[in-house]
Design a binder for this molecule. Structure first.
Ligand code: G3H
Ligand code: 13P
Ligand code: NA
Ligand code: ZN
Length: 306
């Protein structure tokens, strides 16, 4: 069944772990994530971006996630990732999503408060939880300069949460979206996370752009016809440390994409006579399950959270 994040975040906060929020846009990615969650007896969130929703169709997505959740036997939250506006939020809530993000991080503070508050009022009236964002991650969110983070200011985070009534908040402490996060070394501002945690006790914090970008997976992609150079992610130890703190949700998309692509490339290269899509997409599905199980153990610490 579809559930909200209220209970899972509360338990995660108290237990010093985090819930994995995995992006999907098709059946096999969904099954890979849910099978991984089931195998580890762990809560997870399934999330869909606007482009994923456009790809799959909002009603198809909701029906698929609900049914797969019941069939595999693991309750799950279905979340809109980076909702741009009220219209997108309404589409998803009306379709049956149990959680939405309104990403007003590119607006100024007052406008971000205003749009977020509007979404919170609409969502809460319908039993849906809301994530918002404050601060700017380097990468695709930052249209000005792709190397510059605008870290979340703790003062603003406190005021933002009080004024909007939002259920969780994504903050910028040095993570970035995609497979090419840094030129140099990763550096996360744990001092900022700690101050926000101290000033908003019990309040769930979210980390976006948290893929680790496994170099072995990149090597497999490249060995079997890929051409991916210079990819770099967040070190696993940093993510595990964040999970042990106020961070209750960690977003990962890139690591699933890379694992699925590596597995499919390898399968097709090693089985040139095979043309049954279930075989190679199935290999991708198994790879996603393995990544999710590994994240639950090594990054999130959410094993046996159900
Ligand atoms: O934060 C962005 C997610 O990785 C989704 O990306 O718009 O290509 O689905 P997408
Ligand atoms: P990655 O690109 O690091 O997987 O981050 C995904 C994300 O934050 C989705 O909202
Ligand atoms: Na945590
Ligand atoms: Zn994101």
């Amino acid at each position: 069944a579809l559930i909200t994040t209220k209970e899972m975040f509360k338990k995660a906060y108290e237990g010093g772990y985090a819930i994995g929020a995995f992006n999907i846009s098709d059946l096999e990615q969904l099954q890979g994530v849910l099978r991984g969650a089931k195998a580890k007896n762990s809560y997870v969130m399934i999330q869909a971006s606007m482009s994923a929703i456009k790809y799959a169709g909002p009603d198809t997505l909701v029906a698929m996630v609900k049914t797969a959740s019941d069939e595999i036997g693991v309750d799950v939250a279905l979340h809109l990732d980076h909702g741009p506006d009220m219209e997108a939020v309404k589409t998803c809530i009306d379709a049956g999503f149990s959680s939405v993000m309104i990403d007003g991080s590119h607006y100024d503070f007052e406008e971000n408060v205003r749009v977020t508050k509007e979404v919170v009022d609409y969502a809460h009236a319908r039993g849906v939880v809301v994530e918002a964002e404050l601060g700017v991650l380097a990468g695709i969110e930052d249209e000005v300069s792709s190397d510059k983070h605008i870290y979340t200011q703790p003062d603003e985070a406190v005021e933002f949460v009080e004024r909007t009534g939002v259920d969780s908040l994504a903050i910028a402490i040095g993570t970035a979206h995609g497979a090419f996060k840094f030129k140099g070394e990763a550096k996360l501002r744990f001092d900022i996370l700690e101050e926000i945690q101290n000033r908003l006790p019990g309040f769930p914090i979210v980390l976006h752009g948290a893929s680790a970008v496994d170099q072995n997976t990149i090597a497999i992609c490249n060995e079997f016809g890929g051409d991916i150079a210079g990819a770099k992610g967040i070190p696993v130890e940093m993510l595990r440390k964040a999970s042990s703190m106020a961070v209750c949700k960690i977003n990962m998309d890139t690591d699933l994409r890379l694992a699925m692509t590596a597995a499919i490339r390898k399968y097709l290269a090693e089985n040139p006579k095979q043309f049954d899509p279930r075989k190679y997409i199935g290999a991708g599905r198994d790879a996603i399950q393995a990544v999710v199980e590994n994240k639950i153990e090594e990054v999130l610490g959410s094993t046996n959270s159900i």
